[in-house]
Design a protein around this ligand. Structure first.
Ligand code: AHR
Length: 643
């Protein structure tokens, strides 16, 4: 590689590295959001309206908007989490001879649409009993720290007795408790206190212990650490939020991802349901198969951006649900509502507290000064003519009202960009195998640069052929990132997706792994950290002579030397173990004794040959070498010629 330090090429934008947040794999409740009680509002088993659950195939079906009703026109989605359990997360513990019944009832005592509460009927043998919650896969608390407890109870007329809130160890030792008197008058009552456990644990439980029989209703049981990231109320887990902030993201995108689109239009993320008092927010079963409380909502997102010093990017629904061509969508005359929602979202973030409606709501929610909102993306992965038509309406209205905001279309690098009237940035997404990333470090080289148009790679991850993510995938992402940096006159923003998972709810490949008392970065996180900790400001002119690089290393049945997908010919193999040459061959000496070849690979005329560009298979050292090289450094060199 020749580097000409005197010749500066494209600048690397300071906005280059940001984060993409979506409530997927329980990354909000059970992830970054600090709430400790799982299913606090008893709404976990709510399905989106209009959708039905089929117990035979364990799928949720969203109705198609149009009149077709045959099964192939129904959209089905992932197996819902514990949907047959009406009150997941909660159990009753009572004396063995006691009887009780539980049901989940509709209630509007807080005035929230689709709100539920737990109804309990306890016979005298079942008292005293405990209503227990184990948090998000174990309750994690720290000795001496303060936790705000809030809950609502309605005791039926005649109910006598009290309730004791308890934090318990896994062996039922009480490490914090507080008793409240209950009045049996059939009225909902609100209770709150601060709990201070005497023990640190990650396998604890929370319980409400009732000492009498009778009928009770319980709703919104919340246990929330006082200490949060920047000590915000209803805030974020300090360890997790800091770990994300350590990436020093230049921007943060919210709320996704496919959940922006929803299973149905009604099921889309509606930001207006995500603000205000947490117990008054209508949660939503999201298309990743569980219920989002919306506790980590639009306001918390804007606050988090401010606390991290990141620019905020809001993504709005563009008039179609996930897979809008076959799924639910809005007609022309319904789209106006969504455009107004998007304009209101901008006003909520940036409007004056005294003179604008949504600015005033923001002030009431605790932030009189405007936040900043630099970017708005219209739609997510919608690539249709309908999208282009609707997008143009959003674009016109947003541009007129907010000339300075950066408007992003979700269209990829394609001719479809010519269908739309204008955009500042477009947003291609990439999910692929390591080999794809290695062979596409020049992906952006070929696209024309147009005045005023930049690219935001909103989602990328090596998530194929790498299990739940591994070093091989992470390295290939590093190669791709270098290609984006090198093309930073076009690509000025990137974000890995998905950002985070609760490890007990694992699906796919995520950057950060969260448990109830721990957070770690996968190899991809550390690759990204390497880039964000060492941000260049400019590219230098380089001249590279490319060797033949491994596309994929797959040790199978021996020691893998690599899957080289490039058409090439290899000769003169030298193998050293701990620096000592143990084998040297021009391959005329029966190479098959040492090397095994699979797939397209051939051992021919004294050479190892991969005849095909994008070929399959791999070459490896035979098994008998395994003992000889165990715990040693083995190096293999060869002469390579591209065919
Ligand atoms: O990152 C996970 C999902 O992948 C996102 O929600 C979606 O935009 C993409 O298809």
């Amino acid at each position: 590689i020749d580097i000409d330090v005197a010749q500066e090429k494209a600048e690397v934008a300071p906005t280059m590295y940001g984060i993409f947040f979506e409530d997927i794999n329980r990354s909000a409740d059970g992830g970054i959001y600090a709430e400790l009680i799982f299913n606090r509002g008893f709404e976990e088993a709510n399905l989106p309206s209009g959708c039905t659950y089929n117990p035979n195939d364990k799928r949720v079906y969203a109705p198609r908007k149009s009149v077709y009703s045959s099964p192939e026109h129904l959209r089905s989605w992932s197996i819902p989490w514990n949907i047959e359990d009406t009150h997941p997360g909660w159990t009753i513990e009572c004396p063995a001879d006691g009887k009780y019944s539980v049901r989940i009832d509709d209630t509007d005592h807080l005035g929230v649409e689709d709100s539920k509460a737990m109804y309990l009927s306890i016979d005298r043998h079942a008292a005293p009993f405990r209503l227990v919650n184990s948090g998000f896969y174990g309750l994690a608390v720290k000795a001496g720290e303060k936790y705000d407890l809030r809950f609502y109870i309605k005791a039926a007329p005649g109910y006598k007795g009290g309730v004791t809130a308890e934090i318990l160890t896994v062996k039922n030792e009480v490490v914090a408790s507080k008793r409240f008197a209950l009045k049996g008058d059939g009225e909902w009552k609100y209770f709150e206190t601060v709990m201070k456990p005497s023990q640190t644990m990650n396998d604890g439980r929370f319980a409400l212990r009732f000492d009498s029989a009778g009928e009770l209703e319980i709703d919104y049981v919340s246990l929330f650490p006082q200490e949060t990231f920047h000590n915000r109320p209803n805030g974020l887990r300090k360890d997790v939020a800091q770990f994300v902030a350590d990436l020093k993201p230049a921007f943060m995108r919210w709320p996704g991802g496919c959940i922006v689109e929803g299973l149905t239009m009604e099921n889309r993320v509606n930001w207006k349901n995500t603000i205000g008092k947490p117990e008054l927010r209508k949660g939503e079963y999201n298309l990743w198969g569980y219920h989002s409380t919306n506790g980590f909502g639009y306001h918390e997102f804007l606050q988090y951006c401010e606390d991290m010093g990141a620019k905020a990017m809001f993504v709005c629904n563009a008039g179609m649900s996930c897979d809008g061509r076959n799924g639910d969508y809005y007609d022309d005359n319904e789209v106006e509502v969504l455009i107004q929602d998007a304009l209101d979202a901008i006003e909520y973030a940036t409007g004056d507290a005294k003179t604008t409606k949504w600015g005033a709501v923001r002030a009431k929610n605790g932030h009189p000064e405007p936040f900043t909102l630099d970017y708005i993306e219209v739609g997510n992965e919608n690539h249709s003519a309908m999208y282009a038509k609707y997008y143009n309406r959003f674009y016109k209205r947003i541009r007129e009202a907010y000339p300075d905001i950066t408007i992003i279309t979700c269209l990829p690098m394609s001719d479809q960009l010519s269908w739309i009237d204008g955009y500042d940035m477009n947003d291609p997404h990439f999910y692929n195998f390591p080999s794809w990333y290695y062979s596409n470090t020049d992906y952006f080289d070929k696209f024309p640069r147009e005045e005023g148009h930049k690219t935001y790679v909103g989602e990328y991850a090596c998530n194929m052929g790498v299990g739940s993510g591994n070093m091989e995938g992470a390295l290939s992402e590093g190669a791709f990132i270098m290609g984006m940096e090198r093309n930073s006159d076009l690509v000025t923003m990137t974000s890995y997706a998905p950002l985070m998972e609760n490890t007990k709810c694992r699906m796919g490949v995520n950057l950060i792994l969260v448990q109830n008392d721990d957070v770690i970065g996968r190899s991809s996180y550390w690759v990204e950290r390497m880039f964000t900790d060492n941000r260049p400001d400019v590219n230098l002119a380089i001249d590279t002579q490319l060797g033949l690089l491994p596309d994929k290393t797959t040790p199978v049945g021996g020691i893998g030397l690599g899957t080289y997908q490039t058409a090439a010919e290899y000769s003169n193999i030298r193998i050293s173990v701990d620096g000592e040459e143990v084998y040297s061959s021009d391959l005329e000496n029966n190479p098959g004794e040492w090397i095994a070849a699979s797939g397209d690979w051939k051992i021919e005329n004294g050479k190892l040959i991969q005849p095909n560009e994008n070929g399959t298979g791999s070459i490896m050292l035979r098994d008998q070498w395994l003992d000889a090289v165990k715990s040693k450094i083995i190096s293999v060199e060869f002469d390579a010629k591209k065919l």
